[in-house]
Design a protein around this ligand. Sequence first.
Ligand code: NAD
Length: 486
Amino acid sequence: MKEIKHFINGTFVGSASGRTFDDINPANGQVIGRVHEAGRAEVDAAVQAARAALSGPWGAMSVAERADILHRVADGITARFDEFLEAECLDTGKPKSLASHIDIPRGAANFKVFADLLKNVPNEAFEMATPDGSGAINYAVRRPKGVIGVISPWNLPLLLMTWKVGPALACGNTVVVKPSEETPLTTTLLGEVMQAAGVPAGVYNVVHGFGGDSAGAFLTEHADVDAFTFTGETGTGELIMRAAAKGVRQVSLELGGKNAGIVFADCDMDKAIEGTLRSAFANCGQVCLGTERLYVERSIFEEFVARLKDGAESLMIGPPDDPTSNFGPLVSLKHREKVLSYYQQAVADGATVVTGGGVPQMPEALAGGAWIQPTIWTGLADDSAVVTEEIFGPCCHIRPFDSEAEAVALANSLPYGLSATLWSDNVSRAHRVAGQLEAGIVWVNSWFLRDLRTAFGGSKQSGIGREGGVHSLEFYTELKNICVKL
Ligand code: NAD
């Protein structure tokens, strides 16, 4: 049984209250470890450590020195790849084949990409005429924002947390991380890597616990945190924004979505099916960028539905260690209850269940896990909650359309705007439609193809701000103009 502690000021510490909660393996329902739950005292200690570290050796380092350390952090993750993989798969139940390609390598890459970016980023300068003829020079410098509160979700725990911690540290900030209560392991393990890489004490701190009335809320209510970066549900984002308003603290919010996929008759059908199988079912549908609404041109509708059904039924459901498995469980039994409630709602709303719709029969040893069937529906009204609300499970609804304008209107009809995917081999149409879709990220003939230098974030209720590449600097640094009269 693991004991999972906070990481504060370079030391692993338990909670003064002695309060703990269980970390559960969603593949079999068994308890992996006991996690310490932070009270206000631990959160305060972490914030104070982060504040003090700003003016310690970390604050005095050059950009190049910080970058070297962050490269060592990335190398440290890679050196302990198998431990990170084991921890992530224990917490999430996801197939090792998936986590070894995405979660862990991207977790390491997030440190290198931002360390290198900071070494090369230019700043603006303006020469200016003055009435006396001597002139002035303006130039910009970037300074760390300070102590950043990082609140992260459970679906891609290491990847999404380091996506924030990487740029925060590269910019010279210090962090207090509150990982999801469902997935505490890799964030904790990273503390050991940070220490070994020479990150000074207090720069990277971790507090464990829940959201409301627990570590999450205690962190957002703490007056000495300068800004918050959050990935999670839109409703939680609203709460965090409200807490951050006190003291006028900045927020970066990466929130929920109900992403549309549009499939035109002129697409490459093999590629559209392959991409949609991933966008709807990868990570058991628990990807914020996933496709839960598909609009397919009527002339290929029947064929598309039949082929996606075949693909969904050939997914290999199994535990992380099974090398043939490409479909794991949901993150928890609680989340399965939520997803199953939508499965029931779909039937009540008159859907045709093309495939799935329930819980698969699993062997005895896995029967306590949060397993669920990949599910496809057709025939629902556009205003069914199944079509308008984020389910965050392995499921999608497919609806036919007759014109480009209709497809765009349907895709844009919801208050979310995270990502959209379109499939067409007509270049003009692809550009035209991509430009009209109300989403922060549009993929054409692909899905989840990420260049970390590009802007990432949601429009409408899917988020505030953009992270990635130089866009991360807007949030993680304070831009200061210095005006020198000559
Ligand atoms: P969640 O909002 O329930 O929880 C996210 C984190 O916020 C957890 O660490 C949780 O403990 C914390 N939290 C909850 N209530 C809080 C409060 N009142 N104050 C402070 N912290 C609080 O989200 P989740 O269920 O962990 O993740 C799934 C959601 O995340 C989905 O909506 C998904 O779309 C979204 N998501 C978005 C992106 C993106 O980039 N836009 C990426 C991944 C996931």
